[in-house]
Design a binder for this molecule. Structure first.
Ligand code: TNX
Length: 511
């Protein structure tokens, strides 16, 4: 035989042998992580997760350890448990928080996977939780009982672009139960989002118990858009939401929208109206017709009580005062009103957030304006020293329809297909608002057209992971053509979690 024939033969035998070896997920870099991490390195082997695998945590990290165990057990059918350890064990999974910023910052983490050991080390507990989410995305969607679970080896180093990565749920237009809100929180947690803004009051409903003003929920909480029965959270239920979110490193921002969007309160208490007469409850979807009576002292007593009671239940630093679309409040009344409300919020130990209209009031040093529509308002806020949360309606509103055939949602700001929702940079979208002015990104879901969590899921998925990535991943590291391939891998995850998502034709979904 000639030498090349022998070589050829040897090559084909090797190829044949290689194709018989079972396929293991040994390339960590091929995992479709969302949000995309700063760096991923593969080392080409596998960690085998089995019933004897120990989960060890540093003292203080038990909650995140238990979260990891619960999630792993759901996927694998195993019954892994959590133990504390004072140093890195030689086998198993170990979660560790250094308490120092290091090169990756406080929220950064390093996930290292070798054949024998998986470690997550982070600056703070939030970083540790994010490392756990990355680890969970390395697992298959579902594993048959008894089948070994292989996790590709390598390492991930990661940290977020923005410290504020959020979504909003409007529980006022339609009410959502505590369990539904918890499901929404789980959606955010899976993609490393850390803020849930709850729009707790509007013309159609008042959704949080205020002990000093009980009729707000008794009357104002009794209906919703379309005339359904509405509902509200007791203070205990609200605290339960806060607690559940906190366990997932998510801060709740409560919003009481004022002076407009207040019909539910005006229907509950006649004295809040300038004419002293209670309004009728409202179940339509018009905006801009209601206003608190800005020159009555009782109005500020009311706001003082509401802000005090809600702030006492809210460990997060912010209170959202709304301030949008106050078309029935003359601007000369609006400005002193917002100024006074800002003082009330600050005296209750919270920082003010408001929709971009509040920039017309002053001063704004410790306040944040939420850009949704008006560039002039937003840049005015920046000039007055405010920070900005980017929620451009035409890009980031989760209630905008995907296209003209979408059966839920609105389209007043346009249609937002999955690519359009993803392909923008908060730091360059608005002239006069740059990276250093921006606190972060929030995707709001208004609920005029959605009545339950299945409908919420259809508008939220698959756009939410894109907003999470805009908040987490630097713009240089983001690109739709590459992102859509990673998103395509997540369709199976949505299905496994029972999420009703929109199968956009722009995404090559993996079966
Ligand atoms: C505008 S965005 C509103 C809401 C509506 C939403 C519907 C904003 C600050 N105000 O009251 O629910 O549009 O998309």
């Amino acid at each position: 035989m000639r030498i090349n024939t022998i070589l050829l033969l040897a090559m084909s035998i090797t190829l044949a042998l290689l194709s018989c070896t079972p396929k293991t997920p040994t390339d960590l870099a091929k995992t479709g992580f969302i949000p995309k991490p700063v760096s991923v390195t593969s080392t080409g082997e596998a960690f085998i997760l089995k019933s004897s695998t120990g989960i060890f945590v540093q003292e203080g990290q038990q909650q995140t350890g238990q979260y990891l165990a619960d999630e792993l057990n759901k996927i694998t059918g195993l019954s892994l448990t959590v133990e504390t350890a004072t140093e890195t064990p030689s086998n198993g999974i170990y979660l560790f928080v250094s308490g120092e910023a290091g090169e990756l910052g406080m929220e950064g983490y390093e996930l290292t996977i070798s054949k024998k050991q998986i470690t997550v080390s982070a600056g703070n507990p939030a970083g540790c939780f994010y490392g756990v989410q990355t680890l969970l995305q390395t697992l298959p969607v579902k594993v048959n009982p008894g089948e070994p679970v292989e996790i590709a080896t390598g390492s991930v180093s990661d940290f977020p672009e923005y410290t504020f990565r959020g979504a909003m749920l409007d529980v006022a237009r339609h009410f959502f139960s505590v369990d539904e809100v918890k499901q929404f929180i789980d959606f955010l947690a899976a993609y490393k989002m850390n803020v849930l803004h709850l729009h707790l009051s509007d013309d159609q409903g008042w959704r949080i118990e205020i002990k000093s003003w009980p009729k707000l929920t008794e009357i104002g909480g009794s209906t919703e858009v379309g005339g359904g029965e509405g509902g509200f959270y007791t203070q205990e239920q609200y605290s339960e939401i806060v607690r559940y979110a906190h366990e997932r490193q998510i801060t709740i921002i409560p919003e009481i929208d004022m002076p407009g969007h207040t019909n539910a309160a005006l229907a509950s208490y006649p004295e809040l109206n300038c004419n002293g007469k209670a309004t009728e409850l409202y179940t339509g979807t018009e905006v801009g017709f209601s206003t608190l009576c800005t020159d009555k002292e009782i109005t500020y007593q009311f706001i003082g009580d509401v802000v005090r009671e809600i702030s006492a239940l809210t460990p997060g630093p912010w209170f959202h005062v709304g301030g949008d679309e106050s078309h029935s409040t003359p601007i000369e009344d609006y400005i002193p009103f917002v100024n006074r409300v800002q003082e009330i919020v600050v005296s209750n130990g919270k920082k003010v957030i408001g929709w971009d209209e509040i920039a017309n009031a002053a001063p704004m040093e410790n306040a944040t304006v939420q850009f949704w529509a008006d560039i002039k308002n937003t840049t005015l806020g920046v000039e007055k020293g405010a920070k900005v949360i980017m929620s451009p309606a035409a890009k980031a509103y989760l209630d905008m329809q995907y296209d003209s055939t979408t059966h839920l949602g609105l389209h007043w700001a346009g249609y937002i297909e999955v690519d359009a929702g993803y392909s923008w940079d908060p730091a360059t979208l608005v002239p006069g608002v740059s990276r250093e002015n921006i606190l972060g990104v929030e995707a709001p879901l208004w609920s005029e057209t959605v009545t339950n969590i299945d409908e919420v899921e259809y508008l939220v998925f698959p756009r939410l992971p894109g907003y999470a990535e805009i908040g987490w991943t630097s713009p240089e590291n983001r690109n739709w053509d590459e992102y859509k391939l990673r998103l395509a891998q997540h369709g199976k995850r949505f299905e496994a979690k029972g999420i009703d998502f929109y199968r956009s034709k722009l995404v090559p979904w993996e079966e």
